[in-house]
Write a protein that binds this ligand. Structure first.
Ligand code: AMP
Length: 368
């Protein structure tokens, strides 16, 4: 048998890299982080290739790694190019970054693949913004085409009078304007594709945000009909095939009276998949690692129909209360408290709806 141990390089050293390493060590994999400082959540979980070293960190990473992945869609494409030029594959790949780094390119790809989106226009002047708002109608949402996250870089327009202010507030730069989608709830689906093209899909989950930050995921989402589940799987399948994708891909969706509408994708493991660590046969982190090194992907079956994930945001909160509950697992990322910062999450696996609600009740102090 050929050895399956690989040196896996991760661009970034945050909690996603940390959880990838924690999932990959049981499979005998080795991890190295191309991070920004030594006190990030992945510190000490593997080799640290940091900028503050005398030697060139990127060159060290390239010499060490068999395969490289990234934690963020905002990864510098020049870094990816340099690694690939040296003959080290970067997965999920350059294409996935190209599309997910620009909301206009991303939505155009969705449209090409027959994945429903809100009506949208890309604009680069105040006059074009005004025109787009007239064409799309109100309310509308203007977003910066690049660099936005957690609801930042976004302006909600209720009247046309707000156009100059929206243009100014968002910094007078290229924007995408989208029609407002009257959604009933927000869902997401995660999928993984292996090097051999094998694809697996976790179930649709329901996500509750507060001030742009994910606070609660219920997995699987309740009351999803099989057609909707199939539709979401089809969208992810088309995206992964088109992008020749390897690894975990997340797709955020609005659930509307007329079906699913795609909002955005993330070419990486995703916060709305953290429940899968204890809630599914194989977690998103393990399957991402398996995909990177060419191992068969594991079953994505939820271990119970009543799983949930609560994010720990800003302050750590009463984790000891949480730890007293059965079926509850606390994950802390070793990060300092700061308003709005993701410090950890709590996974809940329950045996019934009643049990899940009772546990969420006890965990209410963690929710806004
Ligand atoms: P985004 O930064 O694109 O993920 O958007 C952040 C949040 O804004 C989403 O989770 C939605 O709650 C909301 N949102 C974004 N785009 C739209 C839209 N076109 N219609 C309605 N709500 C939206």
């Amino acid at each position: 048998m050929t050895p399956i141990t690989r040196n896996i390089g991760i661009l970034g050293a945050g909690q996603l890299g940390r959880m990838l390493a924690m999932a990959g060590y049981p499979l005998g994999q080795k991890f190295g982080f191309y991070g920004f400082s030594k006190d990030e959540p992945s510190a000490m979980l593997g080799h640290m290739f940091t900028h503050d070293d005398e030697v060139d960190a990127l060159e060290q990473l390239i010499n060490w790694a068999d395969v490289v992945t990234y934690e963020s869609e905002n990864t510098d494409p020049a870094v990816v190019d340099a690694i690939e030029a040296a003959g080290v594959p970067v997965l999920p790949g350059r294409d996935a970054l190209y599309y997910s780094q620009h909301r206009g390119r991303e939505k155009t790809l969705f449209r090409e693949l027959g994945i429903p989106t809100a009506p949208f226009r890309v604009v680069d002047s105040e006059a074009a913004l005004a025109q787009a708002v007239r064409e799309i109608g109100l309310p509308a949402i203007a977003k910066t085409t690049t660099g936005g996250y957690d609801g930042k870089g976004q302006y909600r327009l209720k009247t046309a009078v707000e156009v100059p202010e929206a243009w100014r507030t968002l910094g007078g730069r290229e924007l995408i304007v989208e029609g407002f989608v009257p959604f009933e709830r927000e869902l997401s689906m995660l999928a993984a594709r292996g090097r051999d093209g094998q694809m697996v899909f976790w179930p649709l989950v329901e996500n509750v945000h507060h001030e742009g930050i994910l606070r609660l995921t219920r997995a699987p989402a309740e009351d999803v009909d099989p057609d909707t589940e199939q539709a979401a799987q089809g969208y992810l399948r088309r995206l992964m095939e088109r992008l020749d994708y390897v690894g975990v891909l997340a797709l955020e969706l609005f659930d509307t009276a007329d079906g699913l509408v795609a909002n955005e994708m993330a070419p990486r493991v995703h916060n709305s998949g953290h429940w899968s660590i204890e809630g599914a046969d194989t977690s998103q982190f393990e399957n991402h690692v398996r995909a990177l090194v060419g191992l068969p992907l594991g079953s994505t079956r939820p271990v119970s129909p009543w799983c949930a994930m609560i994010n720990i945001i800003g302050e750590t909160g009463p984790v000891e209360e949480a730890l007293r509950l059965p079926g509850v697992h606390v994950h802390l990322y070793d990060k300092a408290e700061r308003p709005g910062r993701k410090l950890g999450h709590i996974n809940v696996v329950a045996g019934s709806r009643h049990e899940l609600e009772a546990r969420l009740q006890v965990l209410a102090p963690f929710l806004p």
